[in-house]
Write a protein that binds this ligand. Structure first.
Ligand code: SF4
Length: 338
């Protein structure tokens, strides 16, 4: 890793993105608020990041968390269990009605941190053996993140940076992250504007997310693993199948196959739960048949690299994180969180 180059890229990104502090148009909501003056836009946060938790997370995809590789067609055996150095932020520019992290996205639970405090959390995760620094829902707090990364790289950070996003991003902002983000981990949640309006009040979701994902793919066309099956760089696209919406899931997959590639690494998630303010039409779990109809399409389209969840997720065994606990993922042994 060329730290000097990383630092130059961060300086350039800060120069190009810092005008957003006084009139924020960082995400497609384009609120225009002055975040230095503590005005709040749709994401709910101001000038500083609000840190919800920094922890070693074992529940991400195997190349990120370093646990058993269950990928179809490409098993590379077992990998070390060191965990993804995952940092959860409060606030979100998308705010889905069924969000499983609603305590953070809507409830804004967490503590405001300085750039120095955030850099210290990043370096502590590295010291505890994290495989990467996994920034969850980072788009609305990108400026404090970049300032903290600048400090952390100067102090010896040497891990890949994961940009773990809901996908509702501006392609121009993603372009500014070239050379800074090593692994893109976006959702592509919806193809249908009706669905994205209904569940996330964002009828323009696909319009923006599709351009953002094309930019991510331009920068990181394929997933690169080390000898232990751990991701060094690349792109993994996540999609959560919603109950009654398998057709939209299939439309999402068809777009990825056509506009990105069937070589794109996919993570097809089936752990939907009717949480928080889920509207009536999605106030039930996903059926095995619904999920499998989408899995069939993954295979028919010829995706070569896909994480498919086992049936246990569909039988109610998926546990929901509780950020009021010291360890929000007690079943996986994430351990102490900052
Ligand atoms: S990042 Fe927040 S304040 Fe800025 S445009 Fe998006 S929702 Fe509005």
């Amino acid at each position: 890793m060329d730290i000097g180059l990383k630092l130059r890229k961060i300086e350039a990104a800060l120069r190009s993105l810092s005008p957003h502090e006084r009139g924020c148009r960082l995400c497609p909501r384009e609120c225009g608020v002055d975040r230095r003056a503590a005005e709040r836009g749709r994401c709910g946060t101001g000038h500083r990041a609000v840190l919800a938790r920094g922890l070693l997370h074992y529940g991400e995809e195997p190349p990120l968390s370093g646990v058993e590789d269950v990928r179809r067609g490409g098993a590379s055996g077992r990998t070390p269990r060191r965990g993804s150095g995952t940092i959860f932020f409060a606030g979100c520019s998308l705010r889905c009605l069924f969000c499983q992290n609603h305590q953070l996205s809507w409830g804004l639970e967490g503590r405001e941190v300085t750039d120095e405090e955030l850099a210290a959390v990043i370096l502590d995760l590295q010291a505890r053996g994290a495989l990467n620094i996994n920034l969850v829902t980072p788009g609305h707090v990108l400026l404090p993140i970049l300032r903290a990364l600048r400090l952390a790289f100067r102090e010896g950070l040497a891990l890949p940076v994961v940009y773990n996003s809901g996908g509702y991003e501006k392609a121009s902002v993603i372009a500014a992250l070239e050379g800074i983000a090593d692994i893109y981990l976006p959702d592509l949640k919806y193809r249908s504007p009706e669905a994205s309006r209904r569940y996330s009040a964002a009828p323009d979701y696909f319009e923006h997310a599709s351009l953002a994902l094309e930019e991510m793919r331009r920068q990181k066309p394929r997933l690169v693993l080390d000898g232990n099956g751990i991701a060094r760089e690349g792109l993994i696209v996540r999609h959560l199948v919603l109950p009654g919406r398998a057709e939209d899931s299939i439309a999402v997959l068809e777009w990825i196959a056509e506009r990105l590639s069937t070589e794109t690494c996919l993570s097809l998630m089936g752990q939907y739960k009717p949480l928080f303010r889920a509207p009536q039409d999605v106030r039930r779990g996903l059926t095995r048949e619904e999920y499998e109809s989408v899995v069939d399409r993954v295979e028919a389209l010829g995706f070569e690299d896909a994480f498919i969840q086992s049936g246990t997720f569909l039988e109610g065994e998926h546990l929901v994180p509780d950020f009021s606990l010291e360890d929000p993922f007690p079943w996986s042994g994430s351990g102490r969180g900052d």
